[in-house]
Design a protein around this ligand. Structure first.
Ligand SMILES: [Zn+2]
Ligand SMILES: [Zn+2]
Length: 351
């Protein structure tokens, strides 16, 4: 079988290689891959900035945004041949820390977790893969076209859960949310905001391409303006930050409404510097009872919530988020930057 591999921490080592068929261990499913999504994390790994091969291996099989069909499942696993399935990305650290011991490995405290396709475990960008049935999430067959969006949706489901849990510190009836960035995470965050009955606004820099229309068709408002203008116009109770851009982050802290919540989901590069009036920022946040929460990754609870959200969403709209489908044989094309891309997916079941 063929798999998309890289040599971590060395730039431009992407290669489709022939690898031996994997053999499922005890309690594992054997899965035929349907598709894998490509995101910024994959690009960081490709650039040599991030990632680790499994111990003793030189290369890492890429791919953490999975979708496959079960070929063989152990008896009693709850899965059967033909089931549509997504593999969870993270595994608990070996200690385990308290969070991992409670199944909340997305909140791992010691950082020694492993991640399929990212750090220490081979990923899902292989024509055949195995996954422990406890880390496999079943999807209804109607989600075959868009189920590859489950992993990014799980990340967003967690972010919204964090917002709600922080909000529950007192009376909480939010009305307006501002999402910064109309990439896959931002658009899916907007979808889940609308699902919660909120008035949703999305801010991005582009006026062309599919993003403005995707936002409108979802029933949210699209803004292409300075963050300060967007914040004063929208007066959001919640900001979901999905760009990782320094200025947007800092302005959100002071521009969110009183008793507001800013949820940070974007991973930024380090080294950028901004002049900040720390006193003013502190005053704004203290006097406004504001909260800032970072959110990354997802546990099984979030994957299951994400299945429900994808199932409720307009399938045609979700399908439009996937702006390119590239076959495994031409996988390097999936990593080329194209202005009109939202989510690029590598199809694994063809040539
Ligand atoms: Zn990703
Ligand atoms: Zn842990």
């Amino acid at each position: 079988m063929r798999a998309l591999t890289v040599q971590p921490l060395r730039p431009d080592t992407l290669e489709v290689r022939e690898l031996p068929e994997p053999q499922p261990g005890d309690g594992e499913l054997l899965v035929d891959a349907v598709a894998v999504g490509v995101c910024g994390t994959d690009k960081e790994i490709l650039a040599g900035d991030y990632g680790a091969a499994p111990p003793g291996h030189e290369r890492l099989v890429l791919g953490h945004e999975s979708l496959g069909r079960v070929r063989r499942a152990p008896a009693g696993s709850g899965f059967a041949s033909g089931d549509l399935v997504v593999g969870v990305v993270r595994r608990p650290d070996p200690v385990p820390c308290g969070a991992c011991a409670h199944g909340e490995f997305d909140m791992c405290r010691n950082g020694r977790f492993t991640e399929r396709g990212i750090s220490g475990l081979d990923g899902y960008a292989a024509q055949t893969w195995c996954v422990e049935s406890d880390y496999a999430v079943p999807l209804p067959s109607e989600l075959e076209q868009v189920g590859v969006l489950l992993e990014p949706t799980s990340v967003v489901a967690k972010a919204w859960e964090q917002v709600e849990r922080v909000g529950a510190r007192a009376w909480f009836e939010p009305r307006r949310a501002l999402v910064t960035g109309a990439g896959p995470i931002g658009l899916l965050a907007a979808l889940l905001g609308l699902e919660r009955g909120l008035e949703v606004h999305v801010l991005d820099q582009v006026t062309e391409g599919p993003k403005p229309e995707l936002v409108h068709d979802l029933g949210a408002a699209y803004h292409c303006e300075d963050i300060d203008d967007a914040l004063s116009r929208v007066e959001p109770d919640i900001v979901i930050e999905a760009t990782g851009a320094g200025r947007l982050i800092m302005e959100s802290f002071s521009g969110v409404s009183n008793y507001g919540i800013v949820c940070l989901t974007g991973v930024s590069a380090t080294g950028g510097r901004l002049p900040v009036d720390a006193g003013a920022l502190n005053r704004d946040m203290v006097l406004g009872n504001d909260a800032v929460v970072g959110s990354v990754n997802a546990n099984l609870r979030h994957y299951r919530k994400a299945v429900e959200s994808l199932g409720r969403a307009d399938q045609g709209w979700l399908d439009r988020l996937i702006t390119r489908r590239v076959p495994l044989g031409r996988a390097p094309e999936a990593f080329e930057h194209r202005a009109e891309d939202v989510k690029v997916v590598i199809t694994m079941d063809g040539t």
